[in-house]
Design a protein. Sequence first.
Length: 184
Amino acid sequence: MSLPVLTPAEAKLRLDQGAVLVDIRETDEHAREKIPGAHLMALSRLDEANLGQWDGKPMIFHCKSGARTKANVGRLSAKVGGACEAFIIDGGIDAWKTAGLPVTVDRRQPLELQRQVQIGAGSMAFLGTLLGVLVSSWFLFVPALVGAGLMVAGITGFCGMARILIKAPWNRRVYAPTQKASMA
């Protein structure tokens, strides 16, 4: 099953007419940047979501680039279950911004967990390689370990670095103990 796709301008028009905007990104992404008025319904908690609170109003789903929304259109359609009209924004919040529509950015919130993992893994791989070339070949073990960790994360969905970073002091206010996060 598929959902009709709206341009950001079409979505804005429907929102002005009373539609509900639903952000399917994760908590950390939504906390840092969001479309004003968007309601968070993270994909990782989709089964627990209550759509009854919007009383049959048309729903418009979005993610960052549109890829996650399109990849999960079957799950979203099943969740809506014909109770209301439902749409997705083509290009997600990225296209929304490109169209010049407003977003709220809270730079006090930490970077998205995925970006933190990328920065950490990239830094460790770069530094390990540099030290391996300049100091001792034993340091080449570091980028090998990082590569192995990324392979395990990709294959299993378990990311040890994400599990560690989620407990970092700067992430504590985003990830309250009762919230679950995607560890991909």
